[in-house]
Design a binder for this molecule. Structure first.
Ligand code: PAZ
Length: 313
């Protein structure tokens, strides 16, 4: 008998970009395997659940991609190569610094000797140049691969392809699964083809999304350092839910966060310990980001993971 996740992949059509993405992933991993660079897969942003094949309406969630895009920059700072798998139009590393700015207001037009040129307005030059330099460096070294998804099924297909590509790296790979993935969906064969009529209240039957963390940890990337996230809104159940996930899937760490305080406080839960990271009011005022501490902590834990594998082999 096949499991729920096997049935999902058997019943859900592959997305249009499937083969192109597999090629990009394979080349990226091969390049970094040659240079012995560690690679992290960062998933970021929320998945949608379409209600119709010709999608007019869909279920979405709150995730903006702050966690993933900030963390991706921090992993690059620690010399990791980053596969940034994000929800289309959510925040991306580097460009996130300009979210909320009006792009055209940052530019100036001049006309010297009848030659038009465009430059960055003086008040933005310092900020743009710092970020542009880091961005260009990441691209020059081939350290950043960005791939996007929108729907839950695009996410699940892409996640499996990324794991397939990362498998040869063994314990040199980190999976940092920060995306907010839908828990419920409508299977492809049960979904309406056309726009659901508004002649009466619709009856929508959602199914549970198969938990792919189980095959991911046991089969797809069995030696990788796998970190999942757990989001709750009720503080009293957060840590026990994180522990349940660790016991069920047997991966390395769960980062537990509350919707209300996720930007200031997280708890990193392993089978052996519970470690809290938080920003002080002063750090928040200065615009510091908690992802810097999260990533620094994880990089150290990844070192130990690799050492442990050496001792065991
Ligand atoms: O994308 P964002 O910065 O707005 O939010 C990040 C987050 C809360 C989605 C992430 O930290 C997280 O907990 N992801 C997993 C959510 C889940 O339990 O499925």
């Amino acid at each position: 008998m096949s499991s729920a996740w096997e049935e999902f992949y058997a019943q859900t059509p592959r997305p249009a970009q499937y083969e192109e993405n597999e090629n990009l992933l394979e080349k990226f991993v091969q390049l970094h395997a040659k240079g012995s660079t560690r690679v992290v897969l960062v998933t970021s942003g929320g998945t949608t659940v379409p209600l119709e094949h010709n999608t007019v309406r869909f279920v979405d969630n709150f995730s903006a991609g702050n966690r993933g895009s900030i963390s991706a920059e921090n992993f690059l700072d620690h010399n990791y190569a980053v596969i940034f798998m994000h929800r289309l139009k959510s925040l991306e590393p580097f460009s996130r610094h300009f979210a909320g700015h009006k792009f055209l207001d940052m530019l100036e037009l001049s006309n010297l000797d009848n030659t038009q040129s465009i430059s960055v307005a003086p008040k933005y030059v310092d900020k743009v140049s710092i970020i542009l330099k880091k961005y260009k460096e990441a691209l020059k070294d081939g350290k950043l691969l960005q791939l996007s998804f929108t729907t839950l099924s695009e996410y699940l297909w892409l996640l499996r392809s990324a794991c397939k590509a990362l498998h040869p790296l063994g314990n040199q790979a980190i999976l940092y699964l920060a995306a907010a993935v839908s828990d419920f969906y409508i299977p492809s064969h049960e979904m309406a083809v056309h726009k659901i009529p508004s002649s009466g209240p619709p009856s929508i039957h959602l199914q549970l999304v198969p938990k792919v963390l189980a095959p991911l940890v046991s089969d797809w990337v069995p030696n990788a350092f796998v970190i999942s996230f757990k989001l709750e809104t009720d503080e009293t159940i957060l840590i026990s839910k994180a522990r349940d996930a660790l016991n069920k899937y047997n991966h390395s760490l769960v980062i537990a966060n509350l919707l209300q305080t996720r930007k200031e406080q997280v708890t990193i839960v392993s089978k052996e310990s519970v470690h809290q990271l938080s920003l002080s009011p002063d750090q928040i005022d200065k615009g510091e980001e908690i992802e810097e501490s999260i990533v620094a902590y994880l990089v150290k834990k990844h070192d130990s993971w690799i050492e442990q594998h050496k001792l065991n082999s």
